[in-house]
Design a protein around this ligand. Structure first.
Ligand SMILES: Cc1ncc(COP(=O)(O)O)c(C=O)c1O
Length: 388
């Protein structure tokens, strides 16, 4: 038996993950500020389960529509715009990436993706026999993240690039695509004949600003916006996401027909998901408001508790993650913090952050957990500064 070439090098567990697992196994009093699973932080609505249970009771009759039930797609169109035929339900945004790989690219082609960025896009592309070409984003404190037009042009012009992925706001950068960036992305797509893939799962979660531009529904180029309940309702277990198609009719018509084929082959999302979606969308505003309040208060706690003299918390326009620059007195600050103070934060290299002192901190934990994590982080930075 031979596995595909994708698996010539099998992934190895890194030192940070090993240390975290060892501490957990030993029952250490770990403060986990790396956990972005909202269901572990008392977020989301209890009504989610009630709506889902009612839908599950009605789901006995299998009446498949490859796109997902029309009532669900009408509810999406009513909330987000477009028409019901512009939406396809999928089991996750990750699955949606796989569909778009099959739709837009041939084996060996590439998607242009932001760096730093969401680490799953590269393996998802690889599983579809695709490559990724990174276009870098740069951080300028306190202004935020900047798109470098020249590096973007260089990335999208590379051979085989078929789609331009924008994560809006980015994970872990939290940077929204502003209107000047949007014009640039659209122009790049038009110039190089690329599709625009807009991953907007974190879009409603504005933190250091009031709201961000949406790319969903972009009319000028062939566009696919990805979104889902895993973030919108803090409910990753519901496995309900969607793709919204938009663009010039001459390009959307063949894409629509091909997406229908792909949807027909993957078979529709669960009947309960389709039936529940209209009711579940009615919970989104209150879940988003409560989650945003948590994100904002945790970010304020980090800024107040860490002391700007030692730890710089970066601008965080949106999303569930804050980035902080720790003192670089140790080669791997996240590993050192974990070993010395039993505080888990993600090392920046998980996300291709170029700065070795930069770590990613989840803004989801309960306030008491965040306060304890801040206190330990502060103690660690005081000790490292004192050379302990
Ligand atoms: C930017 C981004 N897109 C997509 C996803 C995956 O979402 P889903 O649960 O719908 O697959 C994540 C998960 O964290 C994410 O950070």
């Amino acid at each position: 038996m031979t596995l595909s070439r994708r698996w010539r090098t099998l992934p190895a567990e890194n030192d940070w993950a090993k240390t975290r697992a060892r501490l957990l196994a030993a029952g250490a009093d770990l403060v986990d500020l790396a956990d972005s699973n909202p269901t572990r932080h008392d977020l989301g609505s209890p009504e989610t389960a009630e709506i889902w249970a009612r839908a599950a009771c009605q789901a006995g009759r299998y009446d498949p529509d490859p796109r997902g039930p029309v009532a669900a797609r009408e509810a999406l169109a009513a909330r987000f715009g477009g028409g019901p035929d512009d939406y396809w339900l999928t089991a996750s945004t990750s699955e949606a990436y796989a569909w778009l790989g099959a739709l837009l690219a041939d084996p060996g082609d590439a998607f242009a993706i932001p760096a730093p960025g969401y680490p799953l896009i590269e393996p998802l592309a690889r599983f579809s026999a695709l490559r990724t070409e990174a276009y870098p984003l740069h951080y300028l404190h306190p202004y935020g993240w900047l798109l470098d037009p020249e590096r973007l042009d260089a990335a999208v012009a590379r051979p085989g690039v078929r789609a331009l992925v924008a994560v809006n706001p980015g994970n872990p950068t939290g940077a929204y695509v502003d209107s000047a960036d949007r014009d640039r992305l659209v122009e790049s797509c038009r110039r190089w004949g690329l599709a625009l893939v807009a991953d907007e799962v974190f879009n409603p979660f504005a933190v250091d600003r009031d709201e961000g531009v949406r790319l969903a529904g972009e009319p000028q180029v062939l566009s696919f916006a990805l979104d889902g309940l895993s973030k919108l309702l803090c409910a990753p277990g519901l496995k309900t996401a969607w793709i919204r198609l938009s663009g010039p009719a001459a390009e959307t018509a063949p894409a629509r027909a091909a997406l229908d084929q792909i949807a027909d082959s993957f078979l529709p999302v669960s009947a309960a998901a389709g039936l529940a979606l209209p009711g579940l969308l009615g919970l989104a505003d209150s879940v988003v408001a409560a989650t945003r309040a948590r994100l904002r208060s945790n970010l304020a706690c980090l800024r107040a508790g860490l002391g700007a003299d030692r730890v710089r918390v970066r601008r965080c326009d949106g999303g569930w993650t804050a980035l902080a620059d720790l003192p670089r007195t140790r080669p791997d600050p996240a590993l050192d913090l974990l070993a010395a103070q039993r505080v888990a934060v993600h090392p920046g290299w998980f996300y291709d952050l170029p700065d070795p002192g930069c770590v990613a901190i989840s803004l989801l934990p309960a306030p008491a957990v965040m306060a304890e994590g801040c206190a330990r982080l502060r103690a660690w930075s005081d000790e490292t500064a004192a050379g302990v």
